[in-house]
Ligand binder design. Structure first.
Ligand code: FES
Length: 283
């Protein structure tokens, strides 16, 4: 390997910067939109007449802990886990229940092994890609110095397994939301929104059940790829199933992220009356 190439960052002549650039744009767009959407605290629910069982609930607001009944486009009060918005939470921006649950998906995705790689490369340039020298002052393998990109946050990143337990609970919650989206005023039916809200927990499930932490757990807590066989057959089979999804972890990380944002946009637009939901209730 030519030493000059290392120092002048010429080890790669391909367009290595495209991947971190796309990740940067994708994650930034999601962060900006989701922050705006969480801030609103309104138009996150749609149901004709708000009577009876069923309706569309944005996944950004599920589960809905408290409800500010003065806002438009919100679910009936019996949909709130703990009732009306309390005075002691009046300081929260937009009196939005989205803030109260944000920590769970945020901590899960932020500590995900795939996203860690993605944002360290895209945001910190530490390093931006394999065999590329990072920005000045940040150590890299290419320079021959020890890579220290993750050490600053390493303790925090270790919460990933615990965040995963909550993510699994969220799959059940969002599945229930998908179920109720097939009802309106107590009548069974299907709408475009029902399909969108059904796909949401499926994609999230493909992402969560392909988690590296889960694979380690079901495989018997071994730090080796195939040792789960020594634990027992059930453990080994579980490990193989998680591995199938794990191979496409990056794909499902992005699909589930994009879809959850899309689901919020759809429910919001229907709730605001900007678009009409095509459905069998003929509403
Ligand atoms: S490693 Fe990505 S969700 Fe666990």
């Amino acid at each position: 390997m030519n030493k000059n190439n290392i120092l002048t960052n010429k080890l790669r002549n391909d367009k290595w910067w495209i991947s971190p650039l796309l990740v940067l744009l994708g994650l930034l767009s999601f962060i900006i939109y989701s922050t705006w959407a969480a801030w609103q605290g309104e138009y996150f629910w749609w149901s004709a007449g708000n009577e009876g069982f069923g309706g569309y609930l944005s996944p950004f607001y599920s589960p809905t802990v408290f409800i500010d009944s003065t806002k438009p486009g919100i679910p009936p009060i019996d949909h709130a886990l703990l009732g009306l918005w309390p005075k002691w939470l009046s300081w929260l921006p937009g009196q939005s229940p989205a803030w109260l649950i944000l920590i769970f998906p945020l901590s899960f995705r932020f500590t995900c092994y795939y996203y860690r790689k993605a944002y360290y490369r895209a945001f910190a340039w530490s390093p931006p890609a394999c065999s590329i020298q990072p920005v000045k002052g940040i150590p890299s393998k290419v320079t021959g110095k020890e890579y220290k990109g993750e050490t600053g946050l390493l303790i925090f990143q270790n919460i990933h397994r615990y965040a995963m337990y909550f993510a699994i609970i969220f799959i059940f919650i969002l599945s229930y939301d998908a179920y109720i989206s097939f009802f309106n005023n107590g009548n069974f039916g299907i709408g475009v929104g029902s399909i969108i809200l059904l796909i949401n927990p499926i994609l999230l499930g493909c992402y969560v059940f392909g988690c590296h932490s889960l694979r380690h757990l079901v495989g018997g807590n071994f730090d080796c790829y195939s040792c789960s066989l020594y634990r027992n057959q059930v453990s080994h089979n579980s490990w193989k199933i998680v591995t199938m999804l794990n191979r496409r972890h990056q794909l499902f990380a992005w699909l589930s992220l994009i879809w959850v944002g899309f689901a919020d946009v759809y429910v919001r637009l229907v709730s605001m009356g900007i678009i009409n939901d095509l459905n069998t209730w003929e509403l």
